[in-house]
Design a protein around this ligand. Structure first.
Ligand code: ATR
Length: 277
């Protein structure tokens, strides 16, 4: 029987996940399907309830449903429960729906794969932005044992509430001071939408940034954002956002289709072709 999975969102036609999972399904000759499914908000609850009945083995969940769906599944793991958001659902053999959030895993695996020199021990990171992606990323950085996270966000109160939920290793700074908190750090991560095609670039002065600090952007359209361009020019190691997308997909594919898929350059190039069209 064909194992059926997919990604739900509203809208969802932009999603690169069908291309990504489609590549793996073909590569590993798996009898499975993975499609983008646009769900109207009015139909969301029923769609999730009927997942098992409709023959789904699992789903990815994307914007704007990550929080709503977390409230609809039967079982949340510890991480997704803390984040209050899911991106991966698995229909169990007991027909219950299990939710997890693999965004932080994707972030950390991408960091480890592309900057093996980065170590969490005694390390300081600056995180720009305090939205959904920032929460997952900060949670994974805290789990990795990092000493300090300097967090700054346009809306200060969002950063404060994230700190209040996630603990004492986070220090919050005003957005206008973002260029002044880069000294002595090992990692700078942009989790805002700034730098994305159609959005303004991220305005930050990198003069205070140590030359060994890794600079990561979760934006992947364009692949090299103005932030990464400048960091590259300054000889900092840079990591683009596509790897996080590729790595976050691994646990879902493994659970639905029974095989641990590999992230390769070939996969990255194939998925990126989809981002350009
Ligand atoms: P995601 O779930 O992908 O993280 P999000 O929750 O909408 O998306 O978060 C977007 C982030 O980009 C937020 O940190 C947002 O800041 P606010 O909390 O102030 O909204 C940030 N962001 C978006 N546009 C911005 C802008 N023009 N200047 C600064 N930050 C911006």
């Amino acid at each position: 029987m064909t194992k059926k999975a997919g990604v739900i969102g509203w809208p969802v036609s932009h999603s690169l996940s069908p291309r990504l999972h489609g590549f793996w399904l073909k590569k590993y000759s798996i009898n499975g399907s993975y499609n983008a499914i646009e769900i109207n908000p009015n139909n969301l609850e029923k769609f999730i309830k009927d997942l098992s009945f409709n023959g789904f083995t699992g789903l990815n969940v994307t914007v704007p449903y990550k929080e709503t769906v977390a409230k609809l599944v039967h079982v949340l793991d510890e991480n997704s429960c803390r984040l209050g958001a899911v991106n991966t659902l698995v229909v169990g053999s007991d027909n219950l729906i299990y939710g997890s959030n693999t965004d932080g895993f994707g972030f950390m695996q991408n960091l480890i794969a592309n900057a093996p020199q980065w170590k969490s021990k005694n390390s300081v990171a600056v995180v720009l932005g305090a939205g959904g992606a920032a929460k997952s990323i900060i949670s994974s950085l805290i789990n990795s044992g990092i000493s300090e996270i300097r967090l700054t966000n346009r809306t200060y109160d969002e950063a404060i509430s994230l700190k209040n939920n996630m603990g004492s290793s986070i220090k919050v700074f005003k957005w206008k001071n973002r260029s002044n908190i880069l000294n002595d750090i090992e990692l700078l991560v942009n989790t805002t939408t700034l730098g994305m095609i159609g959005k303004p670039p991220l305005d930050i002065d990198l003069n205070g940034l140590p030359s060994k600090a890794v600079v990561m952007d979760i934006v992947y359209s364009p692949l090299i954002t103005p932030l990464l361009e400048e960091a590259k020019y300054r000889s900092n190691p840079v990591i683009n956002g596509i790897g996080m997308l590729l790595h976050q997909a691994r646990p879902g594919f493994h659970q639905w289709f029974g095989l641990k898929p590999e992230v390769t350059k070939e996969l990255e190039n194939y998925v990126l072709l989809g981002a350009q069209s």
